[in-house]
Design a protein around this ligand. Sequence first.
Ligand SMILES: Nc1ncnc2c1ncn2[C@@H]1O[C@H](COP(=O)(O)OP(=O)(O)OP(=O)(O)O)[C@@H](O)[C@H]1O
Ligand SMILES: [Mg+2]
Length: 501
Amino acid sequence: MASIFVGRNDDTAVDLDARYGNRHGMIAGATGTGKSVSLMLLAEGFSRLGVPCFLADAKGDLAGLSQAAGAPSEKLAARLARLGLADWKPQANPVVFWDIYGKSGHPVRATVSEMGPTLLSRIMELNDTQEGVMEVIFRVADDEGLLLLDLGDLRAMLGFAAEHAKDISARYGLISTQSVAAIQRALLKLEQDGADAFFGEPALELADLMRQDMSGRGVISVLAADALIMKPRLYSTFLLWLLSELFEQLPEVGDLDVPKMVFFFDEAHLLFDDAPPALRQRVEQVVRLIRSKGVGVYFCSQNPDDVPGEILGQLGNRVQHALRAFTPRDQKAVKAAAETFARNPKLDVTEAIGTLGTGEALASTLGDGGVPSPVQKVLVSTPTCRIGAITDDERRTIRSRSPVGGKYDTAIDRESAEERLAARAAEKSATDTPPAKAGRKDDGAGDTGGWGGVVRDAVFGTGRRQGMIETMAKSMVRTAGSQAGQRIVRGILGSIFGGKR
Ligand SMILES: Nc1ncnc2c1ncn2[C@@H]1O[C@H](COP(=O)(O)OP(=O)(O)OP(=O)(O)O)[C@@H](O)[C@H]1O
Ligand SMILES: [Mg+2]
């Protein structure tokens, strides 16, 4: 049985059975109690079993996974002896660094179209009406084969929508210029936040997060999140997007010996803080369903009640570090944490939670048949990697050896909505062709009823069919193959995220 040694006390060892690694988990505890070390321990354990992991590094201390630990101090040697780890030796893990801003790792990008109107609206903090307008804009772009890749494309589409609000409203439902203007302002703010680095190509391919190294160990993808965490909406929506992409793209699998991938969600409260109920419900749904795709999700947070009850109930593998019961909220958290454990008659959980030392925890994992083991108070095992940050030189070295750097380090800017709309505008002012004539040249464009001629001219170019074909030809394989595909994906995502389409 493949498993990860979590920790032990004098009588009992607690192991995380890899067969139930996709039944999710939780690492919780007050500041400085050992959460990050426990997270590294699990990530390293999964990696050794060949399971790729993804984690967001909010403080830079998880980067230590990429380096071997130093020679054990006296204190650590004593700990290893208590743990019975006679064969412990320092060892690094295969790590790939990612960074939305491209500084501390390979840039992670997604196209505007992949992100979809619902999640994008959340990042931009739009209201329902504005979100409705975004959906219309995506549909117009979809229908006309205009690619929405980066924020420039979105800006161009918004400008276009503002100009032709009346015609678009007639065909797709009401969009007001005020709403469009509000979205334009939100977009400006998003760009000021540096999010434009994130939207574009080459977009992240999930397969690159699911690699093994040459010795069969799972690659650990570490996302630098120190700057990102300052933009909680972007951070949480990005991780949610990643999770939902995994959900969409991976096939259903039966019971596996080890998970296909494990995803660690640090600072998990950011995902739920002021999230509307519908979104919470969707997160709950994705977390529940993604299990059947062999993906395990592990939430890390200070308080277990940072994660809503419905989700907490699905987290089978638990490592609870010390909580300090000072405020009434803390006391409630202690009580809540205690209640969610499978009872151990020999252990007073409520009392134990307040008295755990650093690197100690209450742990319960899923055993045969997925039944939670009685909670144990354990000394947590110690990872073989470095506990703590790495130097810039070390990071550079890891990055230079990365198997995927060549693919992502340089941005691509291919022809998309922005360029096409600009070209149309230029063409129009140059030739000043009456729009109606452009429509007549083609067979089908004339019957597009509610469309004004100007709209038709700008969108369809010299005719609807030709416009589409031109776009398809220019944007080649990915678009041609996935234009319809992306629409379908967004359709499903729309249902997952409660979109209004
Ligand atoms: N399992 C362990 N083995 C050895 N040392 C540990 C272990 N757990 C914790 N420590 C020690 O405790 C320190 C603090 O742990 P850690 O950084 O994991 O806390 P944390 O709960 O993540 O804190 P924060 O909330 O500030 O992120 C570590 O730097 C390490 O020295
Ligand atoms: Mg930490």
